[in-house]
Design a protein around this ligand. Structure first.
Ligand code: MLT
Length: 311
């Protein structure tokens, strides 16, 4: 009977699916790299979210491991190339949390434009900041979406009622643009210079370099807002902080960080920035969907040899 290790906490639906497929499951979360190294040779499959880093050391100790499944989209916590060299399959669950992430990006947009966190905090304290809080509207503004995969597409649909122009920067959009008549694909420089809100929904560069440089901020509108619910290293946090301090842009909302968990960060306490702790995909609905997807995919591979959503 195949045996799977669930190494990060996730919906118990995953365990049920494995058991239904006669797969033995161990749930051992919060283990260190060395603790996983000691036990991983027992397992045929491993499931993670983002907390566990599936390192070269773990992979090389995993003598029987055939598949590593990520309940989520990003696989930057898995050494995919070493896994492949060791004949393991890496799977993710694309689309499973796309709506949750797009809705969070939208919540960040509204929060930063209407200064909701500041309004909430000061009202709770009995300060009546009505005169000092003036927001901006979405109507007639331009939203720039960088990356047009599941999340970017969903965000473009969510804002449809807001009377916005939507610019997209995506290499893959050209071949499928007839499906998205509500957006216009433009180059990166045009998008950042014309957009009022720039929202990242792309992967980080392979070399980890940020997509936005100091020069890019100079091309943006001083009233522009940046939203990042994709990956922390897409933006250099110091450059973003400098751009805000020099009034090159108006504000930012950030869900992802160069180092997570973020215990200290240059953006902390910057009043122009709203921060959330990588929770864009954290909804009750999405956590069930990604657990279901990853467990079904792993079970189907271990039992029937069917490969789905492999990298
Ligand atoms: C993802 O890659 O699916 C999201 O960033 C969510 C997560 O990492 O938990």
């Amino acid at each position: 009977m195949p045996k799977v290790l669930i190494a990060d906490s996730m919906s118990n639906v995953a365990q049920k699916i494995f058991e239904k497929n006669n797969i033995t499951v161990d749930i051992k979360t919060g283990l260190s790299e060395d603790e996983i190294v000691k036990i991983i040779s027992e397992y045929d499959g491993m499931v993670v979210r983002s907390a566990t880093k599936v390192t070269k050391k773990i992979i090389e100790a995993a003598k029987k491991l055939k598949v590593i499944g990520r309940a989520g989209a990003g696989v930057d916590n898995i050494d995919v190339s070493v896994a492949k060299e060791n004949n393991m399959i890496v799977m993710n669950t694309p689309g499973g949390n796309a709506n949750a992430t797009a809705e969070h990006a939208f919540a960040l947009i509204m929060s930063v434009l209407r200064k909701i966190p500041y309004a909430n905090e000061t009202t709770h304290k009995g300060q009546w900041e009505k005169k000092n809080i003036k927001g901006s509207e979405l109507s007639k503004k331009t939203l720039g979406i960088i990356g047009f995969g599941n999340v970017g597409v969903r965000l473009s649909h969510l804002v449809k009622g807001f009377d916005m122009e939507i610019l997209v920067n995506s290499k893959s959009l050209e071949s499928r643009k007839k499906d998205y008549p509500h957006v216009k694909n433009v180059n990166f420089d045009e998008l950042i210079s014309k957009s009022d809100i720039i929202s990242f929904h792309c992967k980080a560069e392979k070399d980890g370099k940020p997509l936005i440089t100091k020069e890019h901020y100079k091309k943006m509108k001083p009233s522009a807002y940046i939203i990042n619910a994709a990956r922390g290293n897409i933006i250099d946090e110091k450059d973003l902080n400098d751009a805000l301090e020099n009034n090159l842009i108006a504000g930012a909302a950030v869900d992802v960080f160069s180092k997570e968990p973020a215990k200290e960060n240059i953006l902390f306490n910057n009043p122009k920035v709203i921060l959330t702790p990588h929770i864009a995909a954290s909804t009750s609905e999405a956590s069930i969907v990604v657990a279901e997807m990853v467990a079904n995919q792993i079970a189907d591979y271990l039992v029937n040899g069917v490969k789905k959503n492999t990298l």
